[in-house]
Design a protein around this ligand. Structure first.
Ligand code: S6P
Ligand code: ZN
Length: 186
């Protein structure tokens, strides 16, 4: 029995993405993102110039077992590494038969998804839009706007995270600066 086997409520600020009294806060800075961008020199320059925060995730310590739901607030900062917009690492779920839903509450960007057999999809994220990542689809957020991209995510608590081949293989598309729309490049 944990604190989370009884009902509870928690406040979240949709303007900032911050959750009240989170049990875990994950902070990923530029230096945590080596291997993920097309332009490693630009990433090293960013690290040398102050190693800014890329994203933060706020969570409650829900028991990681079947039946529970894990949820989080994810706040991805705006910015670019060279011409490539800031992104999260992206992952598959270890338990492959688990989906996830994202509700964007602020900012603008994409949820980029892929499967191991080479399919991919890029769904737009903007305030009020919900995006669904079905079982088997790896998922990564990308901020193409000028404000933080703020999302509320929910997924089965036993899902687990598998970063797998993503650091070395990436996704089939990258999202680069472009006018008037971001460019999806191979
Ligand atoms: C968890 C969910 C999000 C991500 C977060 C950071 O299943 O998809 O909470 O963990 O957006 O992304 P990543 O790829 O670094 O875990
Ligand atoms: Zn996930």
């Amino acid at each position: 029995m944990s604190n989370y086997d009884v009902p509870f409520g928690v406040g979240v600020d949709f303007e900032t993405g911050v959750m009240d009294n989170p049990d875990r806060v994950i902070t990923r800075r530029a230096s945590d993102m080596r291997g993920y961008y097309a332009n490693p020199e630009a990433l090293e320059a960013l690290i040398a110039s102050g190693d800014p925060i890329h994203y933060m995730v706020y969570e409650k310590a829900i028991p990681e077992r079947q039946g529970h739901l894990l949820f989080c607030m994810s706040v991805l900062q705006p910015g670019r590494v060279g011409n490539e917009y800031f992104l999260t690492k992206g992952h598959y779920h270890t338990e492959v038969d688990t989906a996830e839903t994202y509700l964007c509450v602020g900012g603008r960007g994409y949820l980029l998804m892929k499967t191991e057999d080479g399919q991919w999809a890029a769904e737009k994220m903007e305030k009020g839009r919900m995006v669904y990542a079905p079982p088997l689809w790896a998922h990564r957020s990308i901020n193409t706007g000028s404000e933080p991209l703020i999302s509320f995510c929910v997924y089965p608590a036993h899902a687990g995270h598998n970063y797998g081949d993503i650091q070395t293989q990436g996704f089939p598309r990258r999202i680069m600066q472009g006018e008037p729309e971001p460019r999806l490049v191979k």
